[in-house]
Write a protein that binds this ligand. Structure first.
Ligand SMILES: C[S@@+](CC[C@H](N)C(=O)[O-])C[C@H]1O[C@@H](n2cnc3c(N)ncnc32)[C@H](O)[C@@H]1O
Length: 242
């Protein structure tokens, strides 16, 4: 007997930001395999009899290997029942969704994908800023600040990232932002380009800090803390007062 897997986007952390469909799948799950960033109060919506299995990967900490997570997912599905694979934000954004889909397809396990609110959308909403601006930010780009080794990916398109008409959001980029900011400035982006650090968005630890790319790089070189964070930069609209 083969079960069924629902990949569920958990949103950025606040259960209020779950979709109705996500909540339904979590409530009816027999097993929930969850990432660190998709844990917390969202798991309280699982049924009392559901198995909750943490498979979280966090930078700088020992974490389960992706192969192990994919194998576990297939094994739970093949044991039968409703399996929820809970991923932070939207599972399709820097969420290693592809590897897990490939494993399920190879094993002949049926699945669905339930989208979630990606963390940049929640951060922009919390900051009271739009991601696009009619005349000055005609483009939005999402980029990872870390490759598999944790360093700045060497193959980033720096011309695109230094585009002054784009709003850029860097995932997993706290550690590498000082290097990225140096490269952006070398590619012509002014050092006083507005920036925002959005930490632990939609959680009780949420912290939004307005800055510039040069100031934020200096701050993160000194102290980057442990909260998950996004770095925004570009022609950001005025939002909250910091
Ligand atoms: C593996 S990626 C997952 C992204 C997720 N799929 C999404 O749609 O937001 C993890 C990174 O997403 C960002 N992130 C996820 N949730 C966040 C939150 N609540 N606050 C700030 N950044 C968050 C951070 O850059 C974190 O290091």
């Amino acid at each position: 007997m083969s079960g069924f897997v629902s990949f569920v986007g958990a949103g950025p952390g606040d259960p209020d930001l779950l979709t109705v469909r996500a909540l339904d799948r979590i409530k009816r799950a027999d097993v929930v395999l969850f990432d660190d960033l998709a844990a917390g109060p969202i798991l309280a919506h699982a049924g009392a009899g559901a198995d909750l299995v943490g498979v979280g990967k966090r930078a700088g900490r020992p974490s389960p290997k992706q192969d192990h997570v994919s194998r576990l997912l297939v094994e739970y599905a093949q044991a039968g029942g409703r399996v929820v694979r809970l991923k932070a934000g939207d599972g399709g954004m820097f969420g290693r969704l592809e590897e897990e889909l490939t494993a399920l397809r190879a094993a002949g396990v049926d699945f669905e994908i339930v989208p979630g609110v990606p963390s940049p959308f929640a951060a922009a909403a919390a900051a009271g800023i739009p991601l696009t601006r009619r005349l000055s930010a005609r483009r939005v780009q999402f980029v990872t600040g870390a490759d598999i080794s944790g360093g700045l990916p060497p193959d980033l398109n720096m011309a695109a990232l230094a585009d002054p008409m784009a709003c850029t959001v860097v995932f997993m980029g706290k550690r590498t932002f000082p290097a990225l900011a140096r490269a952006l400035i070398a590619h012509g982006l002014p050092s006083d380009t507005p920036a925002m650090l959005a930490e632990a968005v939609a959680t009780p630890e949420q912290c939004l800090t307005r800055s510039t790319i040069a100031r934020l790089a200096a701050q993160l070189a000194q102290d980057r803390g442990t909260k998950p964070a996004l770095v925004f930069y570009g022609p950001l609209a005025e939002g909250y007062d910091d």
